[in-house]
Design a protein around this ligand. Structure first.
Ligand SMILES: NC(=O)c1ccc[n+]([C@@H]2O[C@H](COP(=O)([O-])OP(=O)(O)OC[C@H]3O[C@@H](n4cnc5c(N)ncnc54)[C@H](OP(=O)(O)O)[C@@H]3O)[C@@H](O)[C@H]2O)c1
Length: 243
């Protein structure tokens, strides 16, 4: 069976993705900053679903470690799912240079650094699938979250270019746009149930994107149209709006 590498496996969405793939019989490589935080997930997946499951320390911001990290994996993963991310309140981020740089370094620089290494290998092998969680926040800069949004915009553009390059090498690249999701990241936000997905729904979308080779998936379909409308508002009007 194929092996799936999950980068950011401690996240609520990452755990749901791990369980989804394990249930379908895929072997797992779980990567996270603190591997103690994924030991329960590891036992759960291997005992309950009988798949091989290994854990690997990984820090998105330690870009010098990305090459040795990938080289140290016991087998080359057939599928890589990038889940890690960092979001804090925009107002705090604009006032705190550490949070500012972490937002850019985790969501953009760290993601591009590790995916560049993995995609070079997949392109050389002429096979492999990469799925990454970006965000609808990257589709238009809004006062409420434009630092995070601009880093995710960079990631979305990177994935688009990589998909374009990788296609002729039989490597598939999927962009997952979840809209709001009930997770640790959004626990202090008041979210509309209609607009908000569960981690399990995101995991289903990732599985579909990987197995059906989808390019871009909005987890709740109407986010595509919400963002179409938001992108269509002329800038002279948009700058006066609080959305
Ligand atoms: N929740 C939403 O509404 C929403 C919407 C759109 C997109 N997303 C995206 O979905 C993804 C998963 O987020 P989530 O909602 O499941 O939130 P979460 O539970 O807070 O997960 C964030 C994950 O990122 C990891 N991470 C942060 N900094 C890292 C670093 N330097 N190196 C490695 N890992 C790091 C965290 O690891 P630790 O456990 O070590 O902190 C955690 O596993 C993120 O990319 C997020 O931007 C979320």
């Amino acid at each position: 069976m194929a092996t799936v590498l999950i980068l950011g496996a401690t996240s609520d969405i990452g755990q749901a993705i791990a369980v989804k793939f394990a249930k379908k019989g895929y072997d797992l490589q779980l990567a996270a900053r603190n591997i103690n935080d994924i030991s329960a997930l590891r036992s759960d997946c291997s005992i309950r679903y009988g798949v091989s499951c290994t854990v690997h320390p990984f820090d998105a911001t330690a870009t010098d470690s990305h090459e040795p990290f990938y080289a140290s994996l016991p087998v080359t993963p057939d599928i890589t799912v990038l889940v890690f991310g960092y979001m804090d309140e925009n107002e705090l981020v604009t006032r705190d240079s550490k949070k500012l740089m972490n937002t850019i370094n985790v969501n953009y620089t760290g993601a591009v650094s590790v995916l560049n290494i993995i995609s070079r290998d997949y392109i050389r092998r002429n096979k492999g699938v990469i799925a990454a969680i970006s965000s609808v926040a990257g589709e238009r800069g809004r006062a409420a979250n434009y630092i995070y949004g601009s880093a995710k915009a960079g990631l979305t553009a990177y994935l688009s270019g990589l998909r374009n390059e990788a296609f002729s090498h039989h490597v598939h690249v999927a962009t997952i746009l979840p809209g709001f999701v009930y997770t640790r990241m959004t626990e202090n936000m008041k979210l509309s149930p209609l607009l908000t997905a569960t981690p399990d729904l995101v995991a289903d979308a990732v599985f579909r994107a990987v197995t059906k080779k989808k390019d871009i998936i909005y987890v709740k379909w109407f986010w595509k149209w919400i963002m179409f409308i938001i992108r269509s508002i002329p800038e002279f009007m948009f700058k006066k709006m609080k959305i």
